[in-house]
Design a protein around this ligand. Sequence first.
Ligand code: TXA
Ligand code: MG
Length: 356
Amino acid sequence: MKTEIIKIDTSVPGWDKQLDDAAQCLKSGGLVAFPTETVYGLGANALDEKAVEKIYLAKGRPADNPLIVHVADTQVIGRLTSNVPEAAPMLMDAFWPGPLTLVMPKSTLVPSIITGGLDTVGIRMPSNPIALTLIKKAGISVAAPSANSSGRPSPTLAKHVIEDLSGKVDFIIDGGSTRVGVESTVLDITVNPPMILRPGGVTIEQLHKLITGIRADKSLSSAHLENSVPRSPGMKYRHYSPNATLLLVQGPPELVASEIGRRAELYNNEGSLVGILSTEETAALYDSSLYAYCKILSLGSRKEPESLAANLFRCLREFDEKGVDIILAEAPDISGIGQAVMNRLVKASGGNIINL
Ligand code: TXA
Ligand code: MG
């Protein structure tokens, strides 16, 4: 299949016309990868089973992992759900368009191939103008997982989508780097109080301001990761993974940096190429002699967890490009969006975690 790549700059008037062919293709059953504010998504017409099937094939995704349905106006929610939970209007008002997916009871209109056989459906309205315009132009609801091959880190640049899906999809819309960098928060509002199934772009602190008692699925924390069944099917897979083995080191930053430095030297001596995922605050703690043998990337500032989120998946992919065998990653603080960053790192580590 030939993949057409369309580069869009939304500061150039008339950019929306560049989406016409891709919107038509989406509507008639094709696959279109597009930027959202979180990560790039791989879209298909949500109510067309054949089209949705193609998503699973292109990504190599397990069939029991449900897809999020993307909408451009709230009117369609009534048709996609069998009833709208009480908390929904308030949450939509506060966070849509934006990185919050609401899990609601599905209507019969939603094919079970989208929901992995569950009787609920996850719905969100993205805020990226390219995503919103594409969905509006196509005039349909769009099922879209992250546009990576299953198991790989999610794409935050069109280049990542091209690496994973070129030749497997009809269009890739290049809208530059995504702003948030980690996926949406998945919130189950079929239960009371609602439960976070995947931490993401909207933080638990933001949700608490609106609804008291919101809980997070226990299986999301590292201590429980290995021996419980998550309520969000996607959370059970080893995920967000670079090719390299990732070891996550948690504790006070100075101790973490010295342990990572020690191990980097050790693994170097054993012949492994080591990648160090550091932060601005700790970069200076690494012995400069390490730099000759290790690839060191800074995720961002610990004081700005948003910067850690924005760079995470790009850094993991960069280590792969450099042919790194083992990544030693500093664990971030889990306040704000740091919780989502931590969750993705824990998943990428496959439980390979050192607590200091
Ligand atoms: O930010 C995002 O959410 C991105 C962009 C493209 O919108 N999409 C995304 O989709 O991350 P995906 O397919 O990579 O992850 C969807 C997650 C999975 O963990 C899945 O299990 C969960 O949402 N999910 C979807 N529908 C669900 C449902 N009905 N019940 C429970 N979990 C659900
Ligand atoms: Mg994904």
